[in-house]
Design a protein around this ligand. Structure first.
Ligand code: ATP
Length: 287
């Protein structure tokens, strides 16, 4: 179990140059251990910059990021970041595009080998995690690009999990997936969260994913954190001081005015039913 804390963190691109741009401003925030935190916010609000600080891809230009018992600040050198990169696995957007080995198994072995595991240990880790993400062993010797998009994304996820991170950071895990594939992937992440005590942090534009799967939601605006709450509170409290992304405003409006749900596609109707159930634990389903 591992939490990540940010203390007065700032990040400026092209520091000390005329092109300097401050993307993160004085952020103090905790990503609780063993929870799934969703980061939402309008485009350009700083979400991707923030997650790059969580595994040392970028170093804060002010303040500190505390990962377990390691502190990262502007004095941290890149060679001090190996443990952080081992503890915090990063799954990039459209991660399937990063598969490159000739077989599925070799692709998943790459990370463990890189972190010093023996060939035999890497094979075992790869087989274990491929099974966990639902990849059949008949596919292990196949070229990754012969798999479906959803399967390729699961192989990429297995490649990160095979490095045995304590924290998993994902940038838009469901981007481009159809509804069922997205649900399958998110359900898998929730299962891994509880089975292995993973701390999961994901950037998402999907309010369905926030409502259904997140334990905690962080709202960003102009490089700052404007709200941290439980999803149900985000969608039920009209805080006009916080400018929510349009999709979240949409759900907020739905919650206040749910008679229009018949016009919605089924998945959104289901979502509202789930939200209503949370409001009214003894019922609340509306057809
Ligand atoms: N390499 C860079 N150099 C200078 N500015 C950058 C760089 N990368 C991002 N920015 C700026 O930092 C701000 C935050 O960008 P970031 O990518 O973190 O936002 P985001 O919330 O992830 O956006 P999106 O939802 O579109 O992915 C934006 O104004 C962006 O233009």
């Amino acid at each position: 179990m591992m939490e990540i804390k940010l203390k007065n963190v700032g990040y400026t691109y092209h520091l000390n140059s005329p092109m300097a741009f401050t993307a993160l401003k004085n952020i103090t925030l905790t990503f609780p251990a063993h929870q799934l935190t969703a980061i939402i916010g309008k485009t350009g609000s700083g979400k991707s910059t923030l997650i790059k600080l969580l595994n040392g891809l970028e170093i804060p230009t002010s303040g500190e990021v505390v990962i377990g018992n390691q502190v990262i600040d502007k004095y941290t050198k890149s060679k001090q970041l190996n443990l952080v990169r081992k503890n915090v696995g990063m799954v990039f957007q459209f991660s399937e595009n990063q598969l490159f080995s000739e077989t599925v198994l070799k692709d998943v072995m790459f990370g463990p080998l890189n972190f010093g595991k023996s060939e035999q240990e890497a094979v075992e880790l790869a087989k274990f995690w491929l099974a966990k993400v639902g990849i059949d062993k008949d596919l292990f010797e196949q070229a990754p690009f012969e798999l479906s998009g959803g399967q390729m994304r699961c192989v990429a996820l297995a490649g990160v999990l095979a490095c045995e991170p304590k924290v998993l950071v994902l940038d838009e895990p469901g981007a481009g997936l159809d509804y069922v594939s997205n649900q399958n992937l998110m359900s898998l992440l929730k299962k891994l969260q509880s089975q292995f005590g993973l701390t999961i942090i994901m950037v998402t534009h999907s309010m369905e994913n926030v409502a259904e799967f997140a334990d905690h939601v962080v709202v960003m605006k102009n490089g700052a954190i404007v709200r941290q709450t439980k999803p149900i509170e985000l969608f039920s409290t009209d805080d006009s001081k916080v400018e929510l992304p349009e999709a979240a405003q949409f759900y907020l409006k739905l919650m206040k005015n749910h008679q229009i749900e018949n016009e919605l596609p089924i998945n959104k109707t289901e979502l509202i039913n789930r939200l209503l159930k949370q409001f009214k634990p003894n019922g609340g389903t509306h057809e």
